[in-house]
Write a protein that binds this ligand. Structure first.
Ligand code: NAD
Length: 498
């Protein structure tokens, strides 16, 4: 039974422009949903509704906002299985992985329930005789979020709880590949008591993104996705005068030192490389082996990769799910073919994998490549699939140089027993998020998430304290209350404090 996925505007389902596109199950490539696509008029309607709703929402007390967020947290926990099964059906990832991303998304909601603390301004009494100073932070107005397919629950949750808690209205444009989780979230916000229009969902692709990035009623845009689209969104929305944070792609390196526990490192790197079929922005597609760690690591990673069970995400025992589309599968195979033609060794070769009963699905097995030149695109580009390239260097300095030569700077990790090298690594890599013996160092919700270089365009990282600062702007107020009979001689010189 193919279901309809409409927009969520002004507290209800809205069909939009009339054009649609299919939503497919990656394990079978069967159509499961029909997605309604918005046009510029649908976007305009959502922004008008949001504008009216935000004026009232900004006046709602912090205490009431917090109560709604607490209720939302309870509802999300109650509905975790429903949301996880929709994510698995449309994205393909395992149910356990889908539940995990919902839990990680809830960290940001939990952070947002303490907004009473984060919106406290500063106050200084008597900065000059009889003069006080204080600051406050106010919402921006209507803000938009544009999100990728690989985390249909968690990545939107990096944005909307903080935007809403700080008094904004939020318009979400999720990925058109797995859109349904966002509509469930909209329904739950309504049940939690959020006024209609404060959280809305519009579906579609480039037309909707460009309409949001240029609409006069939108004050800020948060984007997460690939680097070329992040650059496009950053340029378009900044050009239209909006505040923008645009998080882009990645090619994260894990350095394995000779003193590391190699079995531990290989198990951790395998989880980073092959979990969710490598379709995570904090995946580990590159291992950098230092000195004599190389051969030991190859033996261990091969064992880890070969024991993985590949299958549909809703089948018990599956370790690695399909990739998102037939194109994504073909890209993984083509980039592996090209590496092989350039002389690389394919140590583990998942190209020919067939999952019985799911022959039409987008399955490919784990792939481990070594002996690849550092200029080859299979190493330098983001493959975004279950492919691990193992690069060998002679020493720690060469490892740092290799990590820093990447145009991306999202995440990186080092596996070592040496505090000295761990400390140097943390200091010298040009990367936003660093793991020490941790392969996927995604910061918890009360810190902020963001990379460097081509992994982030804009000043602010996502969620946590940087999220509060992104979705608000400061006012500084200077106050004097002279007595009714007080007289002061007027002065034309610039005021100094005494
Ligand atoms: P994508 O860039 O194709 O799509 C992201 C969003 O942009 C979607 O909502 C999509 O509808 C929209 N979009 C696509 N093409 C567009 C166009 N031409 N013009 C305007 N909008 C367009 O990314 P994806 O394939 O959905 O997600 C995977 C990518 O996201 C990977 O590169 C991954 O590294 C990245 N990612 C980054 C982070 C991070 O935090 N840095 C997190 C998750 C994913």
């Amino acid at each position: 039974m193919v279901y309809e996925i409409t927009h969520w505007i002004d507290g209800g389902e809205v069909a939009g422009s009339g054009s649609t596109q299919p939503v497919l199950n990656p394990a079978t490539n069967e159509q499961v949903g029909t997605l309604h696509l918005a046009d510029a008029a649908t976007v305009d309607r959502a922004v008008q509704v949001a504008t009216a709703a935000q004026r009232e929402w900004a006046q709602v007390s912090l205490s009431r906002r917090t109560q709604i967020l607490y209720r939302m947290r309870e509802l999300m926990i109650e509905h975790t299985d429903e949301i996880a099964s929709v994510i698995t059906r449309e994205h393909g990832k395992t149910l356990a992985d889908a539940r995990g991303e919902i839990a990680r998304g809830l960290e940001t909601l939990e952070f947002a329930t303490s907004i009473t603390q984060d919106l406290k301004g500063g106050f200084s009494a008597n900065v000059s005789t009889g003069v006080d100073a204080h600051t406050l932070r106010q919402p921006l107005g209507v803000v938009a979020g544009i999100t990728p397919f690989n985390f249909p629950a968690m990545v939107p949750f990096w944005m909307h709880p903080v935007a809403i808690a700080t008094g904004n209205a939020f318009v979400l444009k999720p990925s058109e590949r797995d859109p349904s989780a966002s509509n469930i979230v909209a329904r739950l916000y309504q049940q939690a008591g959020l006024p209609d229009g404060v959280f809305q969902v519009v579906h579609g692709g480039k037309t909707v993104v460009d309409a949001l990035c240029t609409h006069d009623g939108i004050a800020a845009v948060s984007f997460v996705g690939s680097t070329p689209i992040a650059q496009h969104v950053h340029a378009t929305a900044s050009g239209a005068g909006k505040r923008v944070q645009a998080l882009g792609g990645a090619n994260n390196h894990a350095v394995v030192m000779p003193d590391a526990n190699i079995e531990f490192a290989a198990a951790q790197v395998a989880s980073g490389a092959f979990g969710s079929a490598g379709e995570r922005c904090m995946a580990v597609p590159v291992a950098v082996t230092v000195g004599d760690a190389h051969q030991r690591f190859l033996t261990a990673i091969r064992a880890e990769a070969e024991k993985l069970v590949v299958g549909p995400g809703d089948v018990e025992g599956t370790d690695m799910p399909p990739v998102i589309t037939p194109d994504a599968r073909e890209r993984v195979i083509r980039m592996t073919d090209e590496a092989e033609q350039a002389g690389a060794t394919i140590l583990v070769d998942g190209r020919g994998l067939v999952v019985e009963g799911f022959e039409e699905g987008n399955f490919v097995g784990p792939i481990v490549i070594t002996d690849l030149d550092r200029s080859h695109p299979t190493y330098t580009d983001e493959v975004f699939g279950p492919v691990l390239v193992v690069m060998h260097v002679n020493n720690f300095d060469e490892a740092i140089e290799l990590v820093n030569s990447s145009p991306f700077g999202n995440g990186t990790a080092i596996f070592t027993d040496s505090g000295h090298y761990a400390r140097r690594f943390e200091d010298e890599v040009q990367v936003g998020m660093i793991g020490i013996n941790v392969p996927i160092p995604t910061p918890v919700g009360y810190y902020s998430f963001g990379g460097w270089k081509n992994s982030l365009f804009g000043e602010h990282h996502a969620h946590g304290p940087e999220g509060v600062s992104f979705y608000t702007r400061q006012k500084a107020v200077t106050t004097r209350w002279p007595a009714q009979n007080e007289t002061v001689e007027s002065s034309m010189s610039f005021p100094t404090h005494d």
